[in-house]
Design a protein around this ligand. Sequence first.
Ligand code: URA
Length: 221
Amino acid sequence: MTLEELNESCKKCDKCRLRKGATQVVPGAGSEHAEIMFIGEGPGETEDKQGLPFVGAAGRFLNELLKSINLNREDVYIANMVKCRPPGNRDPQEDEIQACKGWLNQQIKVIQPKIFVPLGRFAMYKFLKGTSISKEHGKIYSRSGKVYFVMYHPAVALYNGAMRPILLEDIKKLRLFLDGKLDAQSLNDTVSKIISEKETLKKEQNKNQGNKDSSQFKMTI
Ligand code: URA
């Protein structure tokens, strides 16, 4: 399946309550061959109107962040945890994230990014559980050939100007990493422990299903 076909099916999704309040589904935007995937929370008002992710005020700051390290939107893929706007821009609820996660997982399968940049805690929880964004922002982790670089959500800088330099400083580490000047830490401690538990569970499930690949670790993304 191509990314376009996938996103066309996504646009027809009606799996959760969010679709009713939204103007349209906003699957994502960017290159099908992107090595970096940015993942936000969910569309806001402008995104809901335009059908594109991060095109409002938070998106303008995201563009600035990308530009500050010589990237532009066409170089990366930008997606969201939920593809429909939560009413009044409230946080997405767990059942909505669960209902929507198949779309993001399929986008990941098609695009196969090497680097994931979760923006904000909701996206961070997809990869790193049992930790906090204030602890993890600006850190680069690697695990099983994938890299995870956690950032605060760009919208935080709109409410609190003091966060702007923090995001601008954090994203410089992504540039250093891309230039081979910074190593990613192997995913460890609490985060690793929690993921290992998921790994073990997954392996058990695979074993029970007689899956020959069960010895190979696969992150449950
Ligand atoms: N905030 C998000 O998390 N995603 C968008 O697409 C826009 C704002």
